[in-house]
Design a protein around this ligand. Structure first.
Ligand code: FES
Length: 574
């Protein structure tokens, strides 16, 4: 194979003053002189942080990647980027996804890096790193941190996030004491790793594997399993070869890879957040991908993974049952995987997953006995969401998939919190809860509040689900008949802003319809009265965010970040 000219040599290869400077300062870390001899420099992009508990084991993991890089003849250099811990960051980690993607992109381009390993874990750390690397278009491979061990509480398995929604509603309904609730804290999160339900972190780990951006098996190996360290070592070895082969991310992220990921998301019952993130990935590499592709390519795929929140089991069980290769193999057997899509190991995805075994058919079900017949994401249209909205059928209640009810309107999340447990609130199980101003610009950052908790008085009566509609997102660990990502959002003057208490709303998931039963003349009258909210932020990053963020159906990226800018340093290209 012809040897690639590596970009790091523009820093380290010279015998002049600049070469001296670039090498000399690096040598204060104890690197011998021959590491600058033209071997690939591998950046290890680390999102380690003690404020991101899901990624807190990444320094150790990075060491195993380095072992593999050294062994394969590369020169590993670890660098930090901003880390986003889903549970701690306010107003919402999503507001920082695009910012971190800029951190990643500029860190790679500005430095002598030939190829990069992306250490991803907690929800937004995966999309932000992939987006940044995609805009640089260097060879890149994802290593996920892996899920936590299954939660255990009083002999039962409990799943990250999902059990929090269930138990907090049980407390509200008087079925669980506060002390029992608090006792579950340490039982849920009992090892290193990210959420072990099919939340956004696990979903995005499945997405990168089905896109071909990680080695096979990456998605499900538990964080503390020694085989995660083996995979880290192998990832380190492989990225060195990718640098030599110039196997850049744009060669992997083709439209067929995205369609495979859409189908994989349906098969595993993945999070609705994947819709936004994958559209954003596609925008960075110039691949056409629309909201409607999600419905078109995902709707006839069966959900065969029985994992919480859609099903019963957890990520540890998924790994022991065969992991994602087993699911992808099933899809391939049923003509729902483009086996020719290239992956980071240089083989096609079809070759990677061929005959992958299933060790537990309760966890990974037969295609003939699925958890949900028609999985995927339903994309709704109608006068309430001209640019679309999404709903996850596998997490919804069958009896509410066709429903007509009167709107109970919350003008903000604070308004919802004030009103929801007011005993005088006129609401029953047939009502449709509507939440406004929680979209990308409105909140800002599009928080995961779309699965509004039900009123205590209905929970006490045993009501467990209602139709809820908003321009917000929902945690991948959550569930319910929840319409999300309504576009355009209320803050942009979308029809959602015009809904009033008592309006009739019709949801028909099979017909993909979301309709506000208010005639257009009345809607126009309301629009004339509507006053756009004053942006809460007039300066700083928040104001940049609000000015430039795209709507959910376009991936909520910044308008100025779309596209691939390559890895040439701007001054060098002049
Ligand atoms: Fe980090 Fe769920 S909070 S993955």
């Amino acid at each position: 194979m012809e040897k690639q000219k590596l970009r790091s040599q523009a820093w380290f290869g010279g015998k002049d003053k600049d070469g001296f400077i670039h090498r000399s300062w690096m040598r204060n870390q104890g690197f011998p002189g021959d590491v600058f001899d033209g071997r690939p420099v591998i950046g290890i992009c680390n999102t380690w942080s003690e404020l991101t508990p899901c990624n807190a084991h990444f320094r150790e993991l990075a060491q195993f990647v380095k072992n593999g890089v050294w062994e394969a003849g590369g020169f590993p250099l670890e660098f930090p980027v901003t880390s986003m811990g889903e549970t701690n960051m306010r107003p919402t980690a999503m507001m920082f996804r695009n910012l971190v993607s800029m951190d990643v992109e500029e860190s790679i381009r500005a430095n002598p890096i030939d190829a990069v390993v992306l250490l991803c874990g907690c929800d937004k750390t995966t999309p932000s790193l992939v987006m940044g690397a995609a805009s640089c278009d260097v060879p890149a491979i994802v290593l996920s941190g892996g899920p936590m061990l299954n939660g255990r509480y009083r002999g039962e398995q409990i799943g990250s996030g999902t059990v929090v929604w269930q138990m907090s509603e049980a407390v509200k309904a008087g079925k669980m004491s506060q002390q029992e609730f608090l006792d579950a804290e340490s039982c849920m999160s009992r090892s290193a790793g990210h959420c072990m339900t099919m939340g956004t972190a696990s979903t995005m780990a499945c997405m990168v594997e089905s896109l071909g951006l990680s080695l096979p098996g990456n998605a499900a190996i538990p964080a503390v399993d020694s085989r995660r360290k083996v995979l880290a070592h192998e990832t380190g070895r492989r990225i060195v070869a990718m640098a030599h082969e110039d196997l850049r991310i744009s060669k992997i992220l083709k439209r067929e890879a995205f369609l495979n990921a859409i189908r994989a998301n349906a098969a595993v019952g993945g999070s609705t957040n994947a819709v936004i993130h994958l559209i954003a990935f596609a925008g960075r590499v110039g691949v056409p991908l629309t909201l409607d592709d999600w419905d078109k390519y995902g709707h006839d795929v069966r959900t065969i993974l029985d994992l919480q929140p859609s099903g019963r089991f957890l990520m540890e069980d998924f790994y022991y049952a065969g992991g994602l290769p087993a699911v992808l193999s099933k899809l391939a057997d049923h003509g729902q995987l483009d086996g020719d899509a290239l992956t980071v190991n240089g083989r096609t995805i079809g070759e990677n997953v061929k005959d992958a075994p299933i060790w537990n058919s309760e966890v990974i079900r037969d295609y003939e006995k699925p958890l949900v017949e028609s999985g995927g994401v339903a994309v709704l249209r109608g006068n309430l969401c001209p640019d679309g909205a999404v709903l996850k059928p596998s997490a919804a209640s069958p009896q509410l998939m066709k429903h007509r009810g009167r709107a109970v309107v919350f003008e903000s999340i604070e308004h919802y919190r004030e009103r929801i447990d007011d005993p005088d609130l006129a609401i029953d199980e047939t009502s449709v809860m509507v939440l406004k101003y929680c979209g990308p610009r409105g909140y800002p950052g599009m928080p995961e509040v779309g699965n509004m908790g039900l009123p205590a008085k209905l929970l006490a009566r045993g009501i467990t689900d209602m139709v809820r509609i908003s321009d917000a997102r929902m945690s991948g660990t959550a569930y319910g008949t929840v319409v999300l990502h309504v576009s355009p959002e209320a803050a942009l003057g979308g029809p959602l802003a015009l809904v009033r208490e008592g309006d009739w709303i019709e949801l028909d998931v099979e017909a993909r319809r979301l309709h506000l039963e208010v005639d257009s003349a009345e809607l126009e009258r309301r629009r004339a009265e509507w006053i756009a909210p004053d942006p809460a932020f007039k300066s700083g990053y928040q104001s940049l965010y609000v000015k430039h963020v795209l709507q959910a159906d376009k991936g909520a990226d910044f308008d100025f970040l779309l596209g691939c800018r390559g890895h040439a340093v701007p001054r060098e290209s002049h």
